[in-house]
Design a protein around this ligand. Sequence first.
Ligand SMILES: NC(=O)c1ccc[n+]([C@@H]2O[C@H](COP(=O)([O-])OP(=O)(O)OC[C@H]3O[C@@H](n4cnc5c(N)ncnc54)[C@H](O)[C@@H]3O)[C@@H](O)[C@H]2O)c1
Length: 262
Amino acid sequence: MDLDGKVTIITGAGSGIGAACAQAFAAKGAKVAVVDINKEQAEAVAAEIGSKAYACDVGDEAAVNAMVKSAEADFGDVDILFNNAGIATGSDLMRTDIDVWQTQWNVNVMSHVYTTRAVFPKMIERGDGYLIQTASMAGYLTSQGMLPYAVTKHAVVGFAEWMSITYHDKGVRTSLLAPLGVATPMLDSIGGSFASNAAGPIKTAEEVAQMVIEGVEAEKFLILTDDIAHTWMGYKQTNIERWLSGMRRLQAKLDAAREGAK
Ligand SMILES: NC(=O)c1ccc[n+]([C@@H]2O[C@H](COP(=O)([O-])OP(=O)(O)OC[C@H]3O[C@@H](n4cnc5c(N)ncnc54)[C@H](O)[C@@H]3O)[C@@H](O)[C@H]2O)c1
């Protein structure tokens, strides 16, 4: 899809990957609605690109519907919906409270359902629209130490695949962004040692934004941020038992490093 002139909603656009994508999409001529729960950050990004900010908790359906209505009133019908907002709270099974699961489920998964339901009827009527969903490699290959994150990101992969299978040929195309480590506040919050041990090569948000642009222009479903991800996905697909053994060995190493650091 050519991005020039396209009305684009980007969620989680106040920081990290979303902010870099807002810049990159605007540079390509897209009209970007900068959406974030953090009003100040959204306003700062919107000011940089000469656009508008929308303070919205994407885990709240009523707030999402109101945000989409405002963005449509300001820019016109939505061409591109980029579901990028996400959180990485929680840790392992017994140390994660149920309300942490519920919040992460709302923000990482249900937000995609709410926003997509808000823009989809007009897209399918036109036979033209584009959905971009940010999952993570954690959604294909799991994530050491962060159970709710791994589970919710698998759900994002499932949602994106289902939409692509069902609606691509009817004009609503989908891309799935599944990054490895990206240098953003989120990566800082989950710990640098975790990142360097387990998350593979770290990219900048700007590099990822360029990959998203290229992926969407080519209308490619899967946007990976490093070739090593293909290799790791291949290991899982060709021999799940062997892949699980390798992941358990990596987990044991991380456990030992954490014990050593105490
Ligand atoms: N950084 C990484 O290494 C990495 C790797 C794989 C996937 N991802 C995914 O990329 C996406 C962007 O993450 P990032 O690394 O840029 O993180 P980030 O923390 O820099 O940005 C996330 C943004 O989402 C916003 N947000 C959080 N909850 C929200 C809510 N309820 N409603 C609206 N906005 C909300 C935050 O305010 C923040 O501005 C996330 O979905 C994340 O899971 C990140």
